[in-house]
Design a protein around this ligand. Structure first.
Ligand SMILES: [Zn+2]
Length: 388
């Protein structure tokens, strides 16, 4: 009989509070963890308290200039002439714009704590895999895939995914990154675009005007990283069966051709049918099926969060994924246990996420065509002949 997997869940009361303050996902982390606990899943995991990342830790990816602006150590801050000179105010604004700290990434109270814990949690989870404490490590407050070395974007002030992959590379030669978020994983793809040691694969809605307007090319790897920046652009409204087909067919091919030593899955669940984006028509069953498949490949797995703006459905999805990681399962029909947020799961009060209400613009043929095109990139005929 198989021994149960060693699963680590990275969280602490403080890290959950820090994540709760991110305006785009206000209060989400506490819902996710309260549901995980109410379902009795914490008994199957080892809890690891995240350490907030230091400046040096963040600088493994981010530029000093960006961190200085983000944490308010910039010249505008130190001068003490706040607001007194219109030129200074203009300079401060253009500085914020330069680093992307405007609009959806405007600074907020608690941003520094959020950034240090989001980064530290994912790095801590990666280290649990590196030193063998865990075979699966989970950090639901991670997955901030849009942030660049020197620029915030798409509600992401830190790219904990890149920091986590860098930590994994201290032991694991080849890392496969899978991005299930409805938005293209542009920040992670670009960070490793020139690398042959990281294969990034992003499944996302690709449509004119849909953020971040990238990820339309099947392979966006560059130079030596050619063939290692894979995208699976999908159309609006995709349902569970086609999404799972796209993820498992491309994922299996990537796992076979690339032979990763570790796998990172960004489980952004803004593709759920009940998400306010109304972009994909997925239920949590799809995410569970994909993660189940990845866990079956064998290498250690790092599971991260990401987007997901329907708090109750996101909590349902990630709680069920926590169960999947532990080798257990929570059925969609199961009741939401009584706990302090239980009333937010009305009227259904069960674990089922919303059913799709929009049309599916994908067809079996359109998805199959993408799968075949990507298979030819990942596993060209000459390489295929060399596979065992
Ligand atoms: Zn997203």
């Amino acid at each position: 009989m198989d021994l149960p997997r060693r699963v680590a869940l990275v969280r602490s009361a403080q890290s959950i509070r820090a994540a709760d303050r991110l305006p785009s996902n206000s209060g989400r982390a506490s819902r996710v963890h309260a549901l995980v606990d109410a379902l009795g899943l914490s008994g199957g995991v080892a809890e690891i308290e995240p350490e907030p990342l230091t400046d040096a830790g963040l600088a493994a990816f981010h530029s000093d200039e960006y961190l200085a602006c983000l944490f308010g150590y910039g010249p505008g801050e130190a001068s003490g002439s706040e607001g007194s000179d219109p030129d200074d105010a203009g300079d401060a604004l253009s500085r914020m714009e330069q680093f992307g700290l405007v609009d959806d990434c405007a600074l907020f109270e608690g941003v520094e704590e959020h950034v240090r814990y989001a980064g530290g949690g994912t790095v801590g989870a990666a280290r649990a895999l590196v030193d063998g404490r865990a075979q699966v490590a989970i950090h639901w407050e991670g997955g901030r895939h849009h942030c660049r070395r020197g620029k915030a974007g798409g509600f992401c002030f830190v790219n904990d995914v890149v920091l986590g992959i860098l930590a994994l590379q201290t032991r694991f030669e080849r890392v496969l990154y899978m991005d299930l978020d409805v938005h293209h994983g542009d920040g992670v793809q670009d960070a490793f675009a020139h690398s042959r040691r990281v294969l990034t694969v992003s499944w996302h809605l690709h449509e004119r005007g849909f953020y971040p307007n990238s990820g339309g090319g099947y392979d966006e790897g560059r130079g030596r990283g050619a063939g290692h920046g894979i995208n699976v652009p999908l159309r609006r409204g995709i349902r569970d069966d086609l999404f799972v087909r796209a993820c498992t067919a491309v994922g299996d091919c990537a796992a076979q051709a690339f032979a990763p030593d570790a796998v990172v899955v960004q489980c952004g669940c803004d593709g759920l049918a009940g998400d306010p984006h109304r972009a994909f028509g997925l239920t949590a069953d799809a995410y569970c099926a994909v993660v189940e498949r990845v866990l079956g490949w064998g290498p250690p797995v790092l599971l991260l969060g990401g987007g997901g703006y329907n708090r109750a459905d996101c909590a349902r999805c990630w709680a069920r994924l926590t169960a999947v990681a532990c080798g257990a399962s929570v059925a969609a029909a199961a009741d939401v246990p009584d706990h302090r947020f239980a009333s937010e799961y009305a009227p259904g009060l069960d674990m089922a996420t919303a059913q799709p209400a929009i049309a599916d613009e994908n067809t079996g043929e359109s998805v199959e065509a993408a799968i075949q095109a990507i298979r030819r990139i990942l596993c060209p005929p000459q390489a295929r002949a060399e596979l065992p």
